[in-house]
Structures are given as structure tokens and as C-alpha cells.
Design a protein around this ligand. Sequence first.
Ligand code: PLP
Length: 405
Amino acid sequence: MERIYLDANATTPVLPEVVAAMQPFWTERFGNPSSAHAGGQRTRSAVERARAEVAALLGCAASEIVFTSGGTEADNFALAGVVQPFLDRREPVHLITTAIEHHAVLYAAQSLERRGAEVTYLQPGRTGVISAEELEAVFRPHTRLVSVMLANNETGAIQPVGKLARITGTHGALFHTDAVQAAGKLPLDLAGELKNVDLLAISGHKMYAPQGTGVLFVRKGVDLTPLFHGGPHERQRRAGTENVPGIAGLGKAAAMAKAWLGTDGPEIMRRRRDRLELGLSASVPDAAVNAAAVPRMSNTLNLSIKGIDAERLLIALDLQGISASFGAACQSGATEPSHVLLAMGLSPAQARSSIRLSLSRLTTDAEIDRALEIIPAVVKRLRSVATHGKAVQEDGFLSRVFPGS
Ligand code: PLP
């Protein structure tokens, strides 16, 4: 069975060109970039080339790029790096973030809260978007950092980060954005629309580079306390010998993303997602698209399907060859409803009936056609099981999927 991968917001495959860019750094070009000899200097130049490629994607200076082990580290670094020094000095410190952040930000904020920071969690309302007015209303004299994600990983809703960062600047606080889901999919310009953003996190494995790679953009002049202590790597900002193959891969992926953004690729992806969305809306009764009314990532579709248990639906889809998920990959297997959908005002039952379908650059029209055949049929079967019970299970398929139900 040819599988259909509709879970690109969880992770993306590493592109062959990216693998090829990484390959030499495991074998003949293995030098430590901190070594003064020729072998070390050759890997140093590869790291610096990758830094320039990532900077070109983001519209910033190469010196503002800090390589990390992924999006989670970059987010933790941004939050703790700003807030912790105030806690250390026992000075009041207030952080503003949102209830719809990825746990990499949410749990980092909660950890700082336990250590004495004041934290405000902005609610998005039904649209899934944080409003400038609500942000404006919650600043305190000692607000030091605002962290609002660029695009939500579950709904794809794009936040008005340029505007929120501008407002934050007028209050003398720093602005961080988790751009993990946006980088490589949307044009990002830290010298233009995002010029008031001070810190920005990206992750390699959401943009066709390997898992365990990432970046924190740190605007020139912003003083961050490092998370790690050790050598003077990354201009004293992130100790530890660089993951050279991963960094080379991330640089290549950034260059490829920049090129892709200049083609009709994003528009083609949007058309495929829209076709999936319109097709499912027409063929699956009582299906509602979440964050439908706001600007959204062109690859993401979050669907609540009335009366359907999303966990059962995802298992059934998996058996039919479709990989999809709840909102966040880390929630798989958990019974907790999505904190993002709850924050948007959905009931726990609605949140538990929601799935996320996310396309990659490699998703084809033929895969969308197949998904449009399979998903409505599986939903129909699940609904008839719910209505007619055991009689419908006799086809064997469902009794394999849900033994004993
Ligand atoms: N932020 C967002 C919005 C994400 O979607 C993810 C991963 O799902 C992360 C942060 C964490 O990134 P990483 O997996 O590279 O640690």
C-alpha cells in the first residue's frame, strides 16, 4: 500500500539534496570546527556557509543566527535567556505569551512562573488569532518579554506578529516569536515586516532538514543569558561542539526553501489544501474547519467532525494508509483534548473530534484524490458503527481496528 503522508506539521522528510549536503561531514570532512588545523577550518567554513544561508532565508545578518538542537531549545533559550537574569537578581519580571503556544513555549513559561516570574497567557478567541488590543491591555511596568508564535502548529492560524512586535517595542519589552511552523513556508523578513522581532525560533525538521537541528535568531544588541555552560561556541551564546552535518543540512534546506518560496510552489500547495478542504467539507457531513476565517498556513487543515472520536479515526486512517494526527505530534496517544482548540472556545467533545491534515512540498494531486476517497468513507463507517453497533463490524475491517467495540 502506498502511504499518504498528511502530517508535515509533525515532521518532514529530509530531502535528498539535504542528505547529500550533510554526507561529507560524517566521513572525510569530520574535523571539529573549533580546531585550528585545516580539517577543522574546512568544517568551520561549512558551518559559516550554512549560517549565511539561514540568514538569507530570514532576512537578517549571519552573526544573528545561533544554531541549536531544535525548536524546543531555541524557544527555551529565548524565554529563559531573557527572564532568568531578572529572577536571579530578585527583580520583578513579567512575561506575556498566549494560550495557544506549542508546549516548547507554554511549558517554558510555566517553568519560569514556578520560579517567580509573572506570566500572562493571552486567549485567542474563536478565530484562533491574538488581537493587538488585548496585548496592549496587559503590559505592566516590568514586562520584559512577549512571546507569540508566528503560525499555529494545529490550526495554521497566522498571528499578526509584525504588529504585535511593534506594540511591544513601544513598551520597552523584547519580542520573541516561535516561527517553527512558518519558516520555509511563508516569506519571513526580519529587516522588513518583522523588523521589531528580537528573537525568532525555527526548527530544521519542519523544513526538510534533519530532526535535532534548529536556530534562534538573536537580534544584534539583545543580551541573552545562555542555557548551556561550556566552550565559547556560537559567539558565547550556545556552548557545545556544533552538529556540523545537521547544520550543513539545515543551511541547504534553508537555501532550497528560499528558492521554493520564489516559485509557484506555495500557491500549488495552497490549491491542493483548498481542494482537500472543499472536498471534505462537501463529502463529510457536519465537518467544520477550525480557524477558517483567518489567514492560515497554506498547508494546514484542522477539521472537527461531529460525533467522531479523533483517536479512532486516526487509527482507521492509518490502517488505510493515511498518516494524520491530532493537533500536535506529542499529543498522539494522549487522551487530553488539544489545549489550542479549547483556548479557541471549542468544547472538549469538539476538540476530541478534531484532526489535523498537513501537506508537505512532496504531497501530490493524486494523494489528495485518494485522501478524498478514503477519509469520507472511513468517517461514514465509523458513524454507522456508532449508529448500528456490531452489525456493521461484520466486514472484518472494523473489528480489526476496534476489537471488542
Ligand atoms: N514550536 C512549534 C510551533 C512546533 O510545532 C514544534 C514542533 O512540533 C516545536 C516548537 C518544537 O520543535 P522541535 O521539534 O524542533 O523541538
